[in-house]
Design a binder for this molecule. Structure first.
Ligand SMILES: [Zn+2]
Length: 883
């Protein structure tokens, strides 16, 4: 027995060269001896079980020479004769595929993804309409997501074929149904939190057509008449206008605080912090006060968290997700082999656009590190030359000029270089987040950080504002690069918000290329140790009270009101790899959190979420823009962070730990949760570049974008975002279509207003597949978008099919509707871009059908092994597992 295990685990190792994520998992986090009971997946272990499963399976099921009676699918003449062992497991699936293929007159075994060279939208639609006859290429429910509550009774029948081929083996089907049911459950739980907090697409009043952006974005450079223009003309239409001052002084020239409308107080709304640490907003309805939104309680949150965590640690679920992800990657490889040429031809035919002039948003970048080091160095030197006598800091009981500060450091302007600045992090910070934090100090001196990189200092953030304007100016010059800067609110005092808003408004830090995110460092333990706060509730109060005040009565903090219009969301930051010991079985409420211990990540995130939910309800009611949660998650540390984020966050940054948690990764895929990835940052801190899961996420179709994190510490060039793309392109050999797709993802993930996105990506940019794609804007060919959409639809319909099957167990009738009638309805729905009646809770539209063919069931035979594995483990496996 142990010999066999040895062989099996060797075999597992052999597979490692095609599974970089497996290799990666070996050396950056300590692995538990067995992956059972954890969300981690062990390939070798899975293989070992699979082999055992096959043995039990073979014993229980003697070879069958003909398809089961329940199978009603025609066999194509091209079907090869299967060996008994093959047929035992994969007979039904094989015949299904072949049947599809014969119907589509392609040859067996080649799952052709080819498209016609002369592809036109009209042609696509007719092809789509015909291809929906095929039950396996068709989205399951009318919503495409297959959410039961979205379905009306007329459409509730699932495809006939599904019922017939899942009756092969009851035990396995039940297992598979249980898995799909729990996947669906997890998605539903997330949707509950997202819709409650108004984080779904188009939940935000800012995305409504009547939203006014002030200052307005620059006018489109193309006229409606589409007159042919020369390159020269195109270049001349830029951000510049005759009245705009030259250079960085021109940033925010069109912003005038006096011109901003400050709405009036809303008297009938009241807010108060309840004893559980959540602000509740109430309104007078029929004489008594009631809350305008029911915020999920912390108990409910932790129960849901527990449920998803448990499912992601369940062996069969892990294997199922792992195989589906592997399948997605394989089908991508197939797609790219057969369609790469077509894609390139499509983009070559597309006039004007290329990678450099499609819009790309830096979705994750910290403001205090947003300039590159050469820029900062030049700025410091120029300040030393131009204003050495300016009083800049109050230190050790006296005021110091810039000259005196540098004298105290024993430095002159001439001495300064990038090397003395020493802010670059790529050699000595790996797994040392503490060292990385010190890199924010120029020359290792915190006083220089305070003078040059803080908004709230003796000079009221003047230097940082000047630097910021220069950065904004560079972005505006580049025209196609945008950024969402993350800036800190610490929660140390109630007036932090006002000071920050004053800084932004007074220095006119408004640019059409920039939006803001607010990051809250998880620093309770530091404030507690220094006596700034007594309990966690004070931090919540400092962070949220001004926001509720300004949302109820904007005139109470007029500058904050204006600034908030440019804020898109919240972030939670700090070193995720810090150990989190669970002191309590049940966490105390914030007012009772008085220990020196820092609350865990999930606790921080809940209180951000819960208070943001109330705040959003209040703001949405008033027609103000709402906010989303976009925390750092899965950069290091516990995988529970990712579960919390999946539950309640709009999108996340990093997410590299998802590579070890296939079930969660699959959930992120299914729900298209945005992930802003920064492989260069990871390379310096937590994960070597070659082990980064970026490319495998990309191939699988996760919703990822590229971002710089900290250009000051990680980038070498002036255009950090282009540097990030360029390194990725060279390492992974990304094509220009890949890069444009990433750029498009970044726009979709970003918090820019829908009107702006529409200008960048074209009308109906959030419609599925090629309906929402304008190659002339995004330079992403429709063939690519259709493929992604189709692959996604198939996964959803798979989950839907089996989870529905589990519900139908008691009522076996399949439904009276024929497949073709359902198909017709579907194609009717999806052919109209304006049709929005089938939005799922977070607002996606019905998926469109497509003429790609990829067999969805390839993962099943392996998956089915898992069904037996429980029986096998409980009855026969008495020896220790191979690890
Ligand atoms: Zn970051």
């Amino acid at each position: 027995m142990s010999n066999m295990m040895r062989v099996l685990s060797d075999e597992g190792d052999e597979f490692q060269h095609i599974r970089p994520e497996e290799q990666a998992s070996d050396d950056d986090l300590p692995q538990s001896p067995s992956s059972a009971g954890t969300p981690f997946f062990s390939y070798a272990e899975d293989r070992a079980f699979t082999d055992l499963d096959a043995k039990y399976w073979a014993q229980a099921h003697p070879p069958a020479s003909s398809p089961p009676a329940s199978m009603s699918f025609r066999r194509s003449s091209a079907t090869p004769s299967l060996t008994p062992s093959q047929s035992a497991l994969s007979d039904s699936f094989r015949s299904l595929h072949l049947d599809n293929h014969s119907r589509n007159s392609t040859t067996e075994g080649s799952f052709l993804l080819e498209r016609n060279a002369e592809r036109s939208p009209v042609r696509t639609k007719t092809q789509s309409a015909s291809s929906v006859d095929d039950p396996y290429l068709k989205p399951a429910g009318p919503s495409g997501l297959g959410l039961p509550e979205q379905r009306d009774s007329a459409n509730s029948s699932r495809p006939q074929g599904a019922a017939e081929y899942i009756t092969h083996d009851e035990d396995m089907d039940i297992e598979l149904q249980m898995i799909c049911k729990s996947v669906q459950k997890c998605l539903e739980i997330r949707h509950k939190y997202i819709s409650r907090s108004n984080q779904g697409p188009r939940d935000n009043p800012r995305d409504q057509p009547d939203w006014k952006i002030y200052p307005a974005p620059p006018a489109p450079s193309w006229t409606a008449s589409k007159e042919p223009r020369t390159n020269k003309e195109e270049d001349s239409v830029s951000q510049m206008s005759p009245s705009r001052p030259e250079g960085a002084d021109g940033v925010g020239w069109d912003f005038n605080f006096e011109a901003c409308h400050i709405p009036e107080i809303k008297d009938d709304i009241e807010f108060s912090l309840d004893n559980t640490g959540v602000y509740q907003v109430s309104k007078n309805i029929d004489g008594h006060r009631s809350n305008i939104v029911q915020v999920p309680s912390i108990r409910e949150y932790y129960m849901d968290l527990e449920e998803i965590s448990n499912t992601s640690s369940d062996g069969p679920s892990k294997s199922f997700a792992f195989r589906r992800l592997q399948y997605l990657e394989a089908s991508w490889n197939l797609y790219i082999l057969t369609n790469e040429y077509q894609e390139l031809a499509d983009t070559k035919r597309n006039p004007h656009r290329d990678f450099y002039n499609v819009r790309k948003v830096d979705t994750h970048v910290h403001h205090s590190a947003c300039m590159n080091q050469k820029h900062l160095l030049r700025f410091i030197k120029s300040k030393m030359k131009k204003c050495p006598d300016e009083v800049v800091i109050f230190r050790d009981g006296k005021l110091l000029t810039l000259q005196q500060v540098f004298e105290s450091l024993n430095l002159t302007a001439y001495d300064l270089s990038i090397d003395t600045l020493d802010m670059h992090a790529h050699r000595d910070t790996f797994h040392r987040f503490d060292k990385f934090n010190l890199k924010y100090n120029p020359i290792g001196e915190s006083r220089l950080r305070e003078i040059f990189l803080k908004t709230d200092n003796y000079i009221k953030g003047k230097y940082l504002a000047e630097l910021t304007r220069e950065v904004f100016y560079d972005l505006e010059q580049s025209k196609y690069q945008m950024a969402e800067y993350r800036i800190s609110i610490y929660g140390k005092s109630l007036n932090e918000w006002d000071r920050l808003a004053e800084w932004v408004v007074d220095y006119k830090l408004f640019s059409s290329n920039v939006r803001w995110l607010i990051q809250f460092p998880r620093l309770y333990e530091v404030y507690k140790a220094t006596g700034i706060v007594n309990n966690f509730e004070q931090i919540i109060k400092n962070i949220f009270q001004p926001l509720f005040e300004v949302s109820k009565d904007p005139s109470s903090h007029p500058k904050l009101h204006v600034f908030l219009q440019r804020v898109i969301g919240f972030d939670s930051v700090d070193d995720e790899s810090k150990p989190e010991r669970r002191l309590y079985r049940k966490f105390p409420y914030p007012s009772e959190w008085t220990t020196a211990q820092n609350p865990p990540y999930s606790y921080y995130l809940y209180y951000l979420y819960a208070n943001m939910t109330s705040l959003n309800a209040l703001r949405k009611g008033r027609g103000f823009n709402t906010l989303v949660l976009r925390p750092h998650s899965g950069e290091a540390g516990d995988t529970e962070h990712l579960v919390s984020a999946f539950l309640i966050a709009h999108s996340i940054s990093h997410g590299i730990l998802l590579r070890k948690v296939p079930f969660l990764q699959y959930l992120f895929y299914l729900d298209k949760v945005g992930i802003a990835m920064s492989p260069l940052s990871n390379n310096a801190l937590f994960l070597a570049y070659d082990k980064n899961p970026f490319f495998s996420y990309f191939k699988r179709g996760l919703n990822i974008s590229l971002s710089t994190d900290d250009p000051l510490q990680f980038a070498y060039t002036k255009e950090a975002l282009i540097e990030e793309y360029s390194v990725a392109a060279q390492i992974y050999r990304l094509s220009s279509v890949d890069m444009c797709e990433l750029a498009k993802n970044s726009v979709l993930q970003s918090g820019f207003e829908a009107a702006v996105k529409e200008h960048w990506l074209g009308q109906g940019f959030d419609l599925p597949g090629s309906l929402g794609t304008h190659v002339e804007k995004s330079n992403v060919p429709a063939v690519r978008v259709d493929y992604r959409q189709m692959a996604h639809d198939q996964e959803l319909s798979l989950v839907y099919k089996y989870s529905e099957a589990s519900k139908d167990q008691s009522q076996p009738s399949v439904g009276s509707k024929s497949i073709s009638s359902v198909s017709t309805e579907l194609s009717n729905n999806s052919s109209s871009p304006e049709h929005t009646s089938h939005l799922d809770p977070i607002g996606r539209r019905p998926s469109m059908t497509s003429n790609f063919q990829i067999p969805e069931t390839h993962g099943f035979p392996g998956l089915k092994h898992q069904a037996v594995s429980r029986r096998a483990t409980s009855t026969a496996l008495t020896e220790p597992s191979p690890h």
